[in-house]
Ligand binder design. Sequence first.
Ligand SMILES: [Ca+2]
Length: 295
Amino acid sequence: MAANRFRKSLVPALCLLLFALALVSYTAFAGAGQRRAVATVTGAPARQDPVPVYTYRVVNAYPHDPAAFTQGLVFENGFLYEGTGLRGRSSLRKVDLETGAVLQSYKLPDQYFGEGIVIWEDQIVQLTWQSYKGFVYDRDSFALLHEFNYPTEGWGITHDGIRLIMSDGTATLRFWDPDTLAQTGQVEVRDNGVPVTRLNELEYVQGQVYANVWQTDRIARIDPQTGQVLGWIDLIGLLDSGNRKTADVLNGIAYDAGNDRLFVTGKLWPKLFEIELVLPLAYHLPIVLNHYTQN
Ligand SMILES: [Ca+2]
């Protein structure tokens, strides 16, 4: 009986120990993730109050034109719209999600390097990289309606329902009047006070701006009012190593607001993914622990 009682008393102690070990290991894992974020994006020393780093779950994988150097991606009315880059290969496309088939396309003049696109009402705006020139098309026919100029490089563009929001390769997001295409404001994007440069393709998702950070597997989740980074999405491993050999970097975020679907792809990627974001256990455990200590 004494031995039984001893064994019984060991069970909760062992459970507690395992739980504590799990907590420590996950906390260490999360900390490592945060340090990677800092080193990759800014090279700055470790921060005191890191933001959450989300991982992902693949919901669906679809074909994507491996010759498309993706620079802009939008989902609208059941279709993907894509802007591609490289001089001589830049285009605007309407793409079937399920098959990846290009349903409609417009080729830019060879001297332009196409960048981000945004759909505003019945028009599509497309940026170019270093030509300080943008193009406005009819959304349905892709007919070129007019050109316009802006004073920075052009990288990504999206909208929040009121303003167009664009990136220029720095840590600055610029707000444009969607009708005049003139700048009306700007905000610097910072993660714990450190500027996050190389903001690339953008997508407005439920009040936040998602931004690919060029040459990383990371997407920053940004508060557009303050520029503060609220979280990171780490998409490392999304494209398998075999396909990665012939592909370029992650770039391209589209959100289907009607069905709450998030799509991502990359430059010359043969696949486009629908993903769900996953918050690692490390960020849940303190909440769980707090719940049980309070009750
Ligand atoms: Ca986008």
